[in-house]
Design a protein around this ligand. Sequence first.
Ligand code: HEM
Length: 410
Amino acid sequence: MAAGCPVLEGFDPLAPEFLADPYAVLAGLPREAPVFYAPSIGYYVITRYADIEQVFRDPGSYSAAAAQVPLVPLVAEAQEILLAGGHRPQPSMVSLDEPAHARLRKPAARAFSVTRIQAMTPSIEATAAALLDAVAGQAEFDLVAALAFPLPANIVFSLMGVPEEDYGQLKRWCGYRAALGWGRPAPGDQVEIATSMAAYRRYLRDLVELRAAQPGDDLTSDLLAIHREDPGRLTREEISSILFSLSFAGHETTTGLIGNTLRRLLEDPARWARVAGQPDLIPAAVEETLRYDPSVPVWRRVTTRPVTIGGVDLPEGAKLFLWLAAGGRDGAVFTDPDTFDLDRRNAGQHLAFGLGLHYCLGANLGRLETRLALEELAQRYPRLRLAGDQEFTFHPNISFRGPQTLRVRP
Ligand code: HEM
């Protein structure tokens, strides 16, 4: 532990009261300690916008290697299953530093050009409409199960070129992946999740082989074209690693963003009425949600040398808990930060997609899916409201946050 760094014994981001309302915990923290050590997780917590920005902008001093490391050590059996399934300690691009990171990011980025993302609009609209048709006429339904979960899953699987009949299986394998790296799962659960993860990675390797034999109009086939041009530039194993990154990063993150945006709009009926009457406000609602209640509230880094951050000296190897959601509530950047404000001019300055070399590759896709989902809902249900008597629950992990269910009445 670094000398001179404040220690907050009681801070535990997996405690039930934190999961229920992290912003109440944030409001109660001592202001004079914007950087503190949390023994519950062994991380230094960074809360100020400027300090988080400093970390993201300096990849030489702050390595991404901590991004996916299990928060608690896994039991040996789970580790063996993961290794045997090809899930290495640095499992994918988001936790690699240069030059290994760029080898994967550059080819993957081709799939995320603005034109390519825009071209997905009709299929996202059609998927959202079909999902909502399935619950039409019901007096009450859960928006997460009906729309926020299946929409991003279906879109990312179709982008990858997964045959539609496999979607159900993939969704089952993907459930609660977040627990393994970002939660405190019990040993039995670790083994179960590790088994699903290994099966999923095997599936992705087989998918690469399938698309090599039967190319289609999808990302896997595009990546294989790069491989055929120059196998040394991108191996088949790397293609399956890219697919793993995208399907993981492009799934629960967006479910959470759709859920959080709807929650924040519906909790004030006047807000929903305003947005439904003026749908061109939807992009602003999405940005304000990313600032006020982001679906990836925390990301991680580890220092590669001694550094000073927020006035605190930290040694090499210090693990950092970058509290992106706290950065969104920083009064030095956002006026009246605890108010959800559809008219806020600088909401888009949030840190919800990270910054710099690892800046979220799917930011525009996630925004587009959320906007189109909201447009479809606003058009169908201008008087949508939250069902009474519901307490929101959140999956116990540090980095992926959104209500697990959101019951509404049309
Ligand atoms: C919509 C909600 C989303 C949020 C809040 C989000 C957030 C983030 C964050 C915080 C990072 C880490 C940035 C860093 O280390 O600087 C990241 C990276 C990444 N995201 Fe997203 N993401 C979202 C959606 C998506 C989608 C839809 C995809 C793709 C289909 C995606 C793909 C990625 C990838 C591939 C990376 C790693 C980039 C790299 O390491 O270079 N994300 N995202």
